[in-house]
Design a protein around this ligand. Structure first.
Ligand SMILES: CCCCCCCC/C=C\C=C\CC(=O)SCCNC(=O)CCNC(=O)[C@H](O)C(C)(C)COP(=O)(O)OP(=O)(O)OC[C@H]1O[C@@H](n2cnc3c(N)ncnc32)[C@H](O)[C@@H]1OP(=O)(O)O
Length: 408
């Protein structure tokens, strides 16, 4: 939800309330929408400040809502209504203004931030793009090159850097909310048109096509096969060449293609799993509460069982002649599945670890879990170890001899 109060008889304060990061859930969006209506109707109110509870402005759209049916007031009209207000609206940014949180702040007429606050549009890291006007307002505010950098990487930057880029208007080491309230009282009566970012032209360099093509090539190289960074460049291209309203349509169309994609689901799943594993302590409380004694499982056991079962299957594939050599399997993993290039691929990695050690590990886990077929060491792995564990570059030759031998 969002609370509404009036300070000094004239400054409406809208406070986002959704701990821990004040994500823009349906209830928060409804609260903001109601509060905006109240400020419009109250003749005593001459300016507005929007802030977040507990020193955190807003961590963005509520990612948990993306999996279900979205209800409540949509973000885009809500932000447009804030920008269109005829009373100045100031965002008081403390903690974080990320994703939809920054997009909300960009709909305000002014942004005052604590120096240590973090701002950014990290949607690309969730397989999305900033679809609440961020891809259209940010380049209009700070220019195309800086917006391309922020939106295609999704990086968070400090408010002090955001000030240099022109994203925020003032930073403070003190209380950003108090400063925003004082600021809001001072600017009553100043013209608001130049502060409505959607009405500004998008500053872009003369070689704009060259810049967009270069960044597109870079993002394709950096994240092979990823849809979101490419869509982000498309949305920014629209910001340069189209009027705001049409740019917003393009933003929505590109978001539509990403929103239900497998990549977005996978990246959002990864966001939550990363946080879930860091809550291991809670599991310990659960076990203690029910008097359970957990079997100690070292993280290496999980890693080794996954890794060596995968490698073992690689040996089986080679033995069956489905791949001509270990390089075929390694290339699939490095280029298709993001296996760290500096580790060569699973078959090369097995060679680095030592084939005898891989065999020993598989025998160990097979002994503990005889019902798991993937842990049964491949006969090819055994033959390679018996042949003195040749280097991975020699396996193709070994396999050819092995295959000829087995046909004789
Ligand atoms: C045709 C189809 C059209 C569809 C139209 C849709 C229109 C949508 C329009 C706009 C879309 C906007 C997209 C977004 O805004 S996506 C969200 C962008 N924001 C982020 O990526 C920020 C994510 N959060 C973080 O980076 C961090 O959480 C941070 C805010 C920096 C705080 O970090 P830290 O203090 O370390 O805390 P945790 O990371 O552990 O988080 C604490 C708990 O809060 C949960 N959390 C965080 N952010 C969100 C969020 N945005 N939504 C929901 N929940 C969030 C996190 O999971 C932790 O929860 P728990 O304690 O249960 O694990």
């Amino acid at each position: 939800m969002a609370s509404y109060s009036v300070l000094h008889g004239s400054v409406a304060l809208i406070t986002l309330q959704n701990p821990p990061v004040n994500a823009l859930s349906a209830a928060v969006r409804a609260g903001i929408t109601d509060a905006v209506q109240r400020t419009l109707k109250d003749p005593q109110v001459t300016s507005v400040v929007i802030c977040g509870q507990n020193g955190r402005f807003c961590g963005g759209a509520d990612i948990r809502e993306f999996g279900g049916s979205m209800s409540g007031p949509p973000l885009v009209p809500m932000i447009n209504a804030i920008e269109a207000m005829d009373k100045p609206v100031v965002a008081a940014i403390e903690g974080v203004a990320l994703g939809g949180g920054l997009e909300l702040a960009l709909g305000c007429h002014y942004r005052i931030a604590h120096r240590q606050a973090l701002v950014g549009l990290p949607e690309v890291t969730l397989g999305l793009l900033p679809a609440a006007g961020g891809s259209q307002r940010l380049p209009r505010l700070i220019g195309l090159p800086a917006a391309l950098d922020l939106i295609t990487t999704g990086k968070h930057i400090l408010a002090s850097e955001a000030l240099k880029l022109g994203i925020v208007d003032q930073v403070t080491d003190g209380n950003a909310l108090n400063m925003a309230v004082e600021f809001a009282r001072r600017i009553v009566g100043k013209p608001l048109d130049p502060r409505r970012i959607s009405t500004l032209p998008c500053p872009s360099p003369p070689d704009v096509d060259f810049l967009l093509d270069r960044v597109l090539a870079q993002v394709r190289k950096r994240a092979r096969g990823a849809l979101a960074p490419v869509a982000c460049v498309g949305a920014l291209r629209a910001a340069v060449f189209l009027p705001f309203a049409q740019g917003m349509e393009k933003e929505r169309e590109l978001m539509g293609a990403l929103f239900d994609s497998g990549q977005a689901r996978a990246l959002q799943y990864a966001f939550f799993s990363q946080r879930l594993v860091s809550q291991l302590e809670n599991h310990c409380c659960y076990w203690a509460r029910y008097g359970l004694v957990p079997r100690h499982i070292a993280p290496e056991e999980i890693l080794e069982r996954c890794l060596y079962a995968l490698t073992n299957e690689g040996f089986n594939i080679l033995q069956d002649g489905m791949a001509a050599g270990p390089e075929d399997i390694d290339a699939i993993y490095v280029f298709g599945y993001g296996w760290p290039r500096h580790r060569g691929g699973p078959m090369f990695h097995a060679g680095q670890v030592g084939l005898a050690r891989v065999l020993e590990k598989l025998e160990h886990y097979q002994h503990k879990h005889p019902d798991v077929p993937y842990l049964k060491p491949s006969p090819l792995l055994r033959r390679l170890v018996a042949a003195g564990s040749p280097a991975v570059q020699k396996w193709r030759e070994f396999l050819n001899k092995d295959r000829v031998h087995s046909q004789l």
